[in-house]
Design a protein around this ligand. Structure first.
Ligand code: ADP
Ligand code: MG
Length: 152
């Protein structure tokens, strides 16, 4: 089911993301990683969303907007998780082709059920992503308002 949210400031976006993260972290083990594809406008709030998401997983490190790094791996603290162990943040903004992400061992990372993976600009590697991917679209409405659509 499609869910649409309107947020009026960055904290509202982060709170929404933290709630989603907690829900995902309570899910039962799958046979592959849990993948979230974030797509949509530049400045739409994808990185801000993932800062709240990581916090919801109990991760203390700050999620940054990667400039040249396209992948970062975080440990999900044991007391906060029942199953998932790692959170991967990918940003495909500067990526040329799907080959670039495959060279980072992407196939292996998405096969491991202990991983939660969030990918900014996931539309660039759509062909590589499994049909079960949870897609979230970010739309810039005005300087403070963002429309966040969780597609299913
Ligand atoms: P993206 O990763 O999609 O390019 P960022 O999260 O890096 O977007 O940037 C979003 C920018 O918009 C940040 O500077 C943030 O402070 C600002 N902002 C303003 N209102 C919101 C909102 N409602 N939700 C998220 N970010 C917002
Ligand atoms: Mg970003």
């Amino acid at each position: 089911m499609k869910k649409i949210f309107l947020t009026g400031n960055p904290s509202a976006t982060k709170i929404l993301a933290a709630a989603l993260a907690k829900g995902i972290n309570r899910r039962k083990i799958g046979d592959r990683a849990f993948i979230i594809g974030l797509e949509g406008d530049l400045g739409g709030g994808k990185t801000s969303f993932l800062q709240g998401f990581a916090k919801g997983l109990g991760i203390k490190e700050k999620i940054l907007s990667p400039t040249f790094v396209i992948m970062k791996k975080f440990i999900i603290p044991a007391q906060k998780t029942r199953f998932f162990k790692f959170f991967y943040h990918f940003d495909c903004y500067r990526m040329g082709t799907e080959k670039d992400v495959l060279e980072l061992g992407f196939k292996e990372i998405i096969s491991d059920p202990e991983n939660i993976i969030a990918i900014e600009w996931a539309e660039k590697i759509k062909k590589t992503l499994p049909p079960k991917t949870l897609w979230i679209n970010f739309k810039f409405i005005n300087d403070k308002k963002r429309k966040i659509t969780i597609l299913k």
